[in-house]
Design a protein around this ligand. Structure first.
Ligand code: TYD
Length: 200
């Protein structure tokens, strides 16, 4: 049996990824589809311990990179791949693109190096669909709730993140669904449901 779909939600803080991921999970459950909703950082046992460190402790940029990658490797091996193999859809709030844009475009670490390290961390697993919620930084930051180290970054940092995501999406447009985060959530949800119909 081919593996189940792997759908990732990406975007700057306050874009509405988490809410949209929950909505799609509920909608799929209501259709009898087996779904696992998970997130990074923090989707594995190890990740749950790494998450507070990653979100709140000042870290050297490479230390931060390696911890996100460790979180991803463990999450992919222990949670995501087993679920996909047993036919469960996996919806993940942030994945490899977050490292490319935050540690690469944001912190300025080598993007091609991060690409290679991501391949190692993910075992080459690439999302079937990445839902990118795009909206202006100023608007998103007014919506962000629980503050973390990243939300405290400058507007320029978040602007680089936004542009990084759009740039990455242009590299493989067939694997991205770019949604306008200024639209009402119901509109975004409807567009997403149309997009995932291909697997139902
Ligand atoms: P989280 O509270 O999950 O933010 P959000 O609700 O916006 O998803 O915090 C995750 C933070 O970690 C977020 O600011 C982005 C950052 N991050 C990275 O810098 N690199 C990564 O690889 C990942 C997965 C997240």
């Amino acid at each position: 049996m081919p593996r189940a779909p792997f759908i990732v939600f990406e975007g700057i803080e306050g874009a509405g990824k988490t809410t949209l991921a929950h909505r799609l999970t509920d909608w799929l459950h209501a259709r009898g589809v087996p779904v696992l909703l998970t997130r990074e950082p923090g989707g594995s046992e190890l990740g749950r311990q790494l998450r507070p460190v990653l979100l709140h402790q000042p870290l050297d940029a490479y230390t931060e990179l390696f911890l996100f990658l460790a979180d991803r490797r463990q999450h992919t091996q222990q949670v995501i791949l087993p679920a996909l193999t047993r036919g469960t859809w996996v919806l993940c709030d942030r994945y490899a693109d977050s490292t490319l844009v935050y540690q690469g475009y944001g912190r300025g670490l080598d993007i091609e190096l991060i690409r290679q390290l991501n391949t190692l961390a993910t075992d080459g697993l690439v999302p079937d669909l990445t839902v990118l919620i795009d909206l202006p930084v100023a608007e998103a930051l007014t919506r962000a709730d629980a503050p973390n180290r990243f939300e405290a970054e400058t507007l320029e940092f978040h602007q680089r993140i936004r542009e990084g995501y759009l740039h990455e999406a242009q590299r493989a447009p067939e694997r991205y669904l770019i949604l306008n985060g200024l639209e009402p959530l119901e509109t975004l949800q409807a567009q997403l449901q149309v997009s995932v119909q291909r697997w139902l």
